[in-house]
Design a protein around this ligand. Structure first.
Ligand SMILES: [Zn+2]
Ligand SMILES: [Zn+2]
Length: 233
């Protein structure tokens, strides 16, 4: 097998699953060991692993406390799950798929994404994908959120959001981002009324995107909102 990330040849342990899934894509053990799975003790809201520097109390991290006090987002309740920490290896990984267009890399996480979906989100009605702005989709041509949704359950995938973006988010400072207006709008409100929805993304960093979209879905009458991001920054 060829490792999707470092392209080295490696021997995959033969199990029942691998026998029945020839052509399954994966990472070699060295690349796998560079990933840091988030351990069980996490922030109740954003899923960040417990670490003294981010926590004044054991349950909610300082970022989430700030969101709870934000006048525009007080009513938005976040319940996020992430699988891995956004460490340096994860950053290189993401840079490779985001900016160099090596989009196949996301499939290295298929099994883990499916496992999380089956154990936590089987009951959701819809998986909501996050749109890229036109400018960004032109640059990258690939939407990671859509790829994750499809790995989970293509039939439940719902594209009901549009993004109006004038300035590139990455160029703005964190505070500006939090205070900037919501760039997302819904194109199909009816479909999410009284529905359990899951918003999926590749990375959760400041939480801005998840809060903005959750707010829109909450206002559009979704009965339950949860979020998933592969990496928690
Ligand atoms: Zn490798
Ligand atoms: Zn938190």
């Amino acid at each position: 097998m060829i490792c999707l990330y470092c392209l080295k040849n490696y021997n995959m342990e033969v199990t029942w699953t691998t026998i029945f899934k020839p052509g399954r894509k994966g990472l070699c053990s060295e690349c796998c060991s560079n990933l840091e799975p988030i351990r069980e003790e996490t922030c109740e809201k954003c899923g960040r692993e417990y670490d003294e520097q981010w926590f004044d109390n054991k349950h909610i991290c300082t970022d989430c406390v700030a969101w709870e006090n934000h006048p525009n987002y007080k009513e938005v309740k976040i319940k996020n799950t992430s699988i891995y920490k956004y460490n340096n290896f994860a950053k290189e990984f993401v840079a490779k798929w985001k900016y160099r267009g090596d989009y196949e890399l996301i499939y290295a996480f298929s099994d883990e994404i499916k496992k999380t979906y089956k154990s936590k989100y089987k009951k959701v009605d819809y998986i909501i994908t996050i749109p890229l702005s036109t400018e960004r989709s032109y640059e990258r041509g690939f939407n990671q959120s859509e790829a994750i949704a499809k790995i989970m359950d293509q039939k439940k995938t719902l594209k009901v959001l549009k993004k109006n973006e004038t300035n590139k988010q990455s160029k703005k400072k964190k505070l500006e981002r939090i205070h900037s207006e919501n760039p997302f709008i819904m194109t199909g409100v009816k479909s999410t009324i009284d529905k359990k929805v899951l918003i999926v993304d590749d990375i959760y960093t400041t939480g801005t995107t998840m809060y903005q979209i959750s707010k829109i879905l909450y206002e559009a009458g979704a009965s339950e909102i949860s979020t998933f991001a592969l990496f928690r920054g």
